[in-house]
Design a protein around this ligand. Structure first.
Ligand code: TRP
Length: 463
């Protein structure tokens, strides 16, 4: 049964911006610099770029393709293409993953909102170096009310957008917000590069030390490639389901990947030049940007204004991402369970909040509560980014290559992309090889390794 009224993006640009809005978020500005910082800088960047090109791009294309072909949410999409029940569980795994990501993501987005208020209050005015800002950040983390309050504000804001319909909100919002974020990041990057001692930071970020690459680096880089592109759990599939048959999937996918990667690299340059100029340790973990940003602004004319603007944009970038997470869950309940949109939004918001609370308390009241050797926040992040997303991506590639079949996939992929494939005939050949053989093989190896790591962690925990 086709749904003749299913909404579509207003244009190809609309889809690119909405998908880029989902992709570009805390993953680029908050997470990428800190994991690169903890894992050898350039060595991580290098592996990450390989993962983006060899696995991220083919899987992104596959996800958009399944979404557009079926015009369904992830569970419905698999149901439409195969009778085998297993695949609707894969779709459901995506729904669960959405909740898990939403929970720790909202905590960090809450910090960003809290920092809008802190900058407006002038809390950072006297900071001369990141160490002071770091102390300040840590003191805020210790206050459960501060964390819980802004967490709730963020979840309510996200629910608000999805409740009243995302299409116009996301498309329009992204068109204004994304360019603004980009310009501001460029200004900050220039500020970073012109600081004395910035060269050390550039060296750290662009000159790889190969000895720093371990299987852990590869695992994290792959996980982050999925996280930053919103892959492996059905967001992109859901967004692809609103796409028109006139638009080229490989072309739009490339644009999304380029936009996302450029933002991450710019954010990395901005952070590492500053960190090194101030002689700080790049491996400070999740607090990194909250330690560094307040100090950079302080060194600039109009610092308070820029700081407020930066944290507003960070929160908005997070918002377009969290909206996409909620949208997947809502699309599932609306399509498959025939719930009203409003009911689905409230349910998702309440369950999301309940899961987010322990993450929010991970740095204060519940810092002693350990799951697999880490706090709640880190465990959920690891579980989603490094296990569930790559597993989702792996299964998706298997589905396209072996269940649905390359012939049908290619037939649908060609719709809207005739010109693209005429111009770049090898691209189709490469996609087939990657999605059927190379990407699944690489993902499988990495996943095997993760399971091994998990066992070791578990043993430590038991002893
Ligand atoms: N990609 C977003 C970021 O980098 C986060 C995100 C939004 C996400 N939706 C997702 C991650 C779906 C994984 C899956 O901030």
């Amino acid at each position: 049964m086709e749904n003749p009224k299913r909404e579509q993006w207003s244009s190809k640009m609309g889809f690119i911006l909405a998908a880029a809005g989902s992709a570009i978020g805390l993953g680029n500005i908050w997470k990428f610099p800190y994991i690169a910082g903890e894992n050898g800088g350039a060595a991580f960047l290098f592996i990450y770029l390989i993962c983006i090109l060899s696995i991220g791009l083919p899987v992104l294309i596959a996800e958009v393709l399944i979404g557009r072909t079926t015009q369904r949410n992830p569970v419905g999409a698999f149901k439409k293409l195969t009778n085998n029940k297993f695949w609707s569980y894969v779709g459901k795994m995506g729904i669960i993953t959405a909740f898990i990501i939403l929970s720790f993501y909202s905590v960090v987005a809450g910090w960003a909102i809290g920092y809008i208020v802190e900058s407006a209050k002038g809390a950072f005015q006297n900071f001369q170096e990141p160490a002071q800002a770091g102390e300040y950040f840590n003191s805020l983390l210790l206050q459960p009310e501060w964390n819980l309050f802004y967490l709730l504000v963020f979840i309510l804001m996200s629910m608000f957008f999805v409740y009243f319909g995302v299409q116009k909100g996301i498309e329009k919002g992204s068109k204004i917000m994304m360019p603004l974020l980009f310009i501001l990041l460029i200004i900050l990057m220039i500020r970073g590069i012109t600081l004395e001692g910035a060269n050390e930071g550039l060296k750290f970020f662009f000159h790889p030390e190969w000895s720093k690459i371990t299987s852990q680096t590869i695992l994290l880089a792959l996980g982050h490639a999925f996280f930053t592109l919103s892959l492996g759990m059905g967001v992109i599939m859901t967004y692809g389901s609103y796409m028109s048959n006139n638009d080229s999937i490989p072309g739009t996918s490339l644009s999304i990947i380029i936009l996302d990667t450029v933002i991450s690299v710019v954010a990395g340059v901005m952070i590492f030049t500053t960190v090194f100029a101030f002689g700080q340790d790049p491996a400070q973990g999740p607090g990194l940007i909250f330690h560094v940003i307040p100090v950079v602004f302080n060194q600039m004319p109009g610092g308070i204004f820029f700081a407020i603007l930066f944290f507003i944009l960070l929160a908005l970038a997070a918002l377009t991402s969290s909206i996409s997470l909620i949208e997947v869950v809502v699309a599932y309940f609306v399509d498959e369970k025939k719930w009203k949109r409003q009911k689905a939004v409230i349910f998702t918001g309440v369950v999301g909040t309940l899961l987010a609370i322990p993450c929010s308390l991970s740095y204060n009241l519940m810092s002693e509560v350990k799951l697999f050797d880490s706090n709640f926040f880190d465990t959920l992040d690891f579980l989603a980014s490094n296990i569930l997303l790559p597993l989702g991506g792996f299964l998706l590639a298997i589905f396209v290559g072996y269940v649905w079949g390359l012939d049908k996939a290619v037939e649908n992929l060609k719709i809207g992309s005739e010109k693209f494939f005429e111009k770049y005939p090898v691209s189709l050949f490469l996609w087939k090889i990657f999605i059927k053989y190379l990407a699944p093989l690489l993902m499988f190896l990495v996943l095997l390794d993760t399971v091994g790591i998990l066992k070791v962690v578990k043993n430590l925990f038991v002893e």
